[in-house]
Design a protein around this ligand. Structure first.
Ligand SMILES: Cc1cc2nc3c(=O)[nH]c(=O)nc-3n(C[C@H](O)[C@H](O)[C@H](O)COP(=O)(O)O)c2cc1C
Ligand SMILES: C=C(O[C@@H]1CC(C(=O)O)=C[C@@H](OP(=O)(O)O)[C@H]1O)C(=O)O
Length: 356
């Protein structure tokens, strides 16, 4: 089972949702980086469960402890190990799935692949693991901050309720509401919809849009490790993700080349493009314009309704969700998308430095 991500800024996460703790080891963080612990905590707080009425009601403080790799507030260049204790497991909510598979969760595939499965809270397949990624992503963001790179994600769609295009929005308003949509009236409708879905004992999907500003020109490798390919891999590696598109994405197919080409101009010595259908990446390499992409999340598996399934012996039966679950994951997925984007960019920044 591989649990490692990255080439030079490498992370390895550990832990299960109902085990004693989760955490991450970061290998490759350069020495001398100021590790702002308050910032790491604020990123974890944006993701933690129990934060509002439209998320899972499991209560975790997600307070972290750094075990190694930081001395007098600065990274030492050695592995940074960080741990978060689990506090509010309620494992009895899962005894009914010890031998039974929840439709569209990871129970069947884990059982089939490993023959052993921690069914409590989904174990390793739980999105609780993403807290470790957010902590590592916060450290990657601190590295990117030194290069002025800014990453902002927000909820752009819930069900069929969609916010206007990001270029018309004030992204500094994303944290102003519990759904993390910077358009106040769309946010209000999204919150009402998620609340209704929760009362219906159901779940609903959504889209997180991510915008990255001030990326230096030249990040990304030209053939296999294209910048958008690595971003796609990072996003598709988040629990419940069903789609990734960058720049004009699937909508772009409706245009002709004459409409879609991003014409160049000289902006006082800096080469820029008049439009940005490319999404800031051409030939797998950043061109200095905004990088933007959309990540689609499914309506998640655990619903409080009976559905048909089978147990591990092949007997047909029914199963219904129990316990505390997210009716819609996108509000909490915003910091996860940002964290994964930060890990990709930090990795490419280091790769770029070693190749020049
Ligand atoms: C922030 C976040 C919270 C999630 N919460 C739940 C949840 O409460 N219940 C659930 O069934 N799935 C939840 N999921 C999704 C499952 O973790 C995911 O569907 C499962 O691991 C199977 O993987 P797959 O959907 O990618 O195939 C969540 C995902 C994210 C990103
Ligand atoms: C605990 C978290 O989210 C969990 C993600 C999750 C899933 O199936 O992914 C299922 C639920 O798990 P449990 O029933 O064990 O509380 C969520 O609460 C978290 O994000 O920290």
């Amino acid at each position: 089972m591989s649990n490692v991500y990255g080439t030079l800024f490498k992370i390895s996460t550990f832990g299960e949702s109902h085990g004693p703790a989760i955490g991450v080891v970061i290998d490759g963080c350069p020495p001398g980086l100021a590790i702002d612990e308050a910032f790491i905590q604020s990123e974890l707080d944006r993701r933690k469960p129990g934060q509002s009425k439209i998320t899972t009601q499991r209560k975790e403080d997600d307070v972290f402890k750094i075990l190694s790799g930081v001395f007098e507030g600065k990274s030492t260049g050695t592995p940074i190990a960080l741990v978060i204790e689990n506090q509010d497991q309620r494992s009895k909510d899962y005894s009914h799935i010890a031998e039974t598979f929840r439709p569209s969760h990871a129970d069947y595939t884990y059982e089939a692949k490993y023959g052993v499965r921690d069914y409590r809270g989904g174990g390793r397949s739980s999105a609780r693991e993403t807290a470790a990624r957010v902590a590592a992503g916060a450290i990657a963001k601190l590295l990117l901050r030194k290069h002025n790179v800014e990453i902002n994600a927000f909820v752009s769609q819930v069900g069929d309720l969609a916010a206007p295009h990001y270029t018309t929005l004030d992204l500094s308003k994303t944290e102003d509401n519990i759904v993390r949509c910077p358009d106040p009236s769309t946010a209000e409708s999204m919150i009402a919809l998620i609340d209704q879905v929760r009362l219906d004992r159901d779940t609903i999907g959504g889209v997180v849009t991510c915008v990255i500003k001030n990326t230096p020109v030249g990040l990304g490798e030209p053939v296999f490790d294209k910048l958008h390919a690595e971003l796609g891999k990072a996003m598709l590696g988040i629990n419940a993700v069903k789609g990734f598109e960058y720049g004009s994405g699937f909508e772009g197919v409706k245009l002709r080349g004459s409409q879609h080409n991003d014409e160049f101009y000289n902006d006082g010595g800096r080469i820029r493009t008049k439009t940005n259908f490319s999404g800031g990446i051409q030939g797998g390499i950043s061109n200095g314009e905004d990088i933007y992409f959309n990540v689609a999340f499914k309506p998640v598996a655990t619903i409080m309704q009976d559905q048909s399934t089978v147990d591990k012996h092949g007997n047909e039966t029914t199963v219904s969700g129990k316990g505390r679950h997210d009716p819609c994951v996108v509000p909490r997925a915003v910091p996860i998308v940002e964290a994964m984007a930060a890990l990709v960019l930090a990795d490419f920044l280091l790769r770029d430095k070693t190749t020049k």
